[in-house]
Design a protein around this ligand. Structure first.
Ligand code: CO
Length: 313
């Protein structure tokens, strides 16, 4: 990889987006994400994919500037109205984020896929990486968990309409408000919780910050019915792999059942922000965020000095 001094954040760290200096204090923050449909409704799929793509910019304290669409669609096999609805969902989320979609690229493909490249900006002193967590910090999570299990239940026909509605609402909610509040507080580290699940992303944060974390499982909030679905064996392969991956670094207390361990590892789509900040600022964050957010943020645990296990739960 060629060395470039303007590149501040790249894939050497497990951060959410690339950060590149333009000049002086001005930094571009950019990310790309796309995936196959996780819900049946094309408009909702578009909304979720866009919210998910924007999330990496918010997780780094950035402000989105514009987006480009990435589209794969079986143009011979599915009506074009479905594609229109997917794109409308994305466009509506982009306008909620205050940006336009300035272009994009589409290909003919057997399976539909949709997402965005999002370009944003961040001032150097507002940039939030995953490497700044400090001992005694409180850890906040801004959305409930369990979207991986619900998405699998939707595919297998086990999710009821209420569960689908709440999961769609959560996945299509922008992390914009959380990012704006973070900008006004001294936040030490943040990341969005997506495919690696809560424990996977927390593990990355702890490793990058050279600290450990203690999580109280009872504090974790799950979407309705997630535990019951997991107990029926409706668990995505990605969540099982997450658990295998984190296992050697996580101490599960005896009270944590096998199902509890999977729940804490569930792969998320368009999840909330995981934020590390002083306990005092955590309370300020919760006061402001929870006065308007559709899903309340909550404290899940704290950062400690590095111990044998990186995470205890
Ligand atoms: Co991310």
């Amino acid at each position: 990889m060629p060395k470039d001094d303007r590149v501040l954040v790249s894939f050497e760290s497990a951060d959410d987006a690339a950060v590149v200096r333009l000049d002086g204090n001005r930094f571009i923050v950019q990310s790309v994400d796309f995936f196959t449909p996780i819900v049946d409704d094309p408009y909702q799929f578009g909304q979720i994919a866009a919210a998910n793509s924007l999330s990496d910019i918010y997780a780094m304290g950035g402000t989105p500037l514009f987006a480009l669409n990435i589209v794969a669609f079986p143009i011979q096999d599915l009506p074009k109205t479905i594609l229109s609805k997917i794109l409308q969902g994305g466009a509506d989320k982009a306008s909620e984020a205050g940006i336009t979609i300035a272009g994009g690229h589409s290909i003919d493909d057997k399976e539909p896929k949709y997402g965005m490249v999002v370009t944003g900006e961040v001032e150097k002193d507002k940039l939030i990486k995953n490497s700044g967590a400090q001992i005694e910090d409180a850890l906040i999570l801004t959305k409930p968990l369990g979207t991986g299990i619900i998405s699998t239940a939707i595919k297998q026909g086990y999710a009821d309409q209420n569960q689908i509605d709440i999961a769609v609402k959560s996945m299509s909610t922008l992390n914009k408000t959380a990012a704006e509040i973070m900008n006004d507080l001294d936040v030490h580290a943040a990341t969005d919780v997506t495919g690696f699940g809560l424990l996977g992303h927390l593990l990355e944060m702890c490793k990058a910050s050279n600290v450990s974390a203690e999580i109280n499982f009872k504090n974790l909030d799950f979407l309705p019915g997630v535990r019951e679905l997991a107990e029926k064996g409706i668990i995505p392969g990605g969540s099982k792999r997450n658990l295998e991956f984190v296992n050697k670094d996580v101490h599960f207390t005896d009270s944590m059942s096998a199902i509890d361990q999977v729940l804490a590892s569930d792969a998320q789509t368009s999840g909330g922000l995981l934020i590390s900040l002083s306990n005092e600022n955590a309370d300020k964050f919760l006061d402001i965020f929870n006065s308007t957010a559709p899903f309340p943020a909550y404290k899940i645990g704290l950062i400690t000095k590095r111990t044998d296990y990186i995470i205890s739960i």
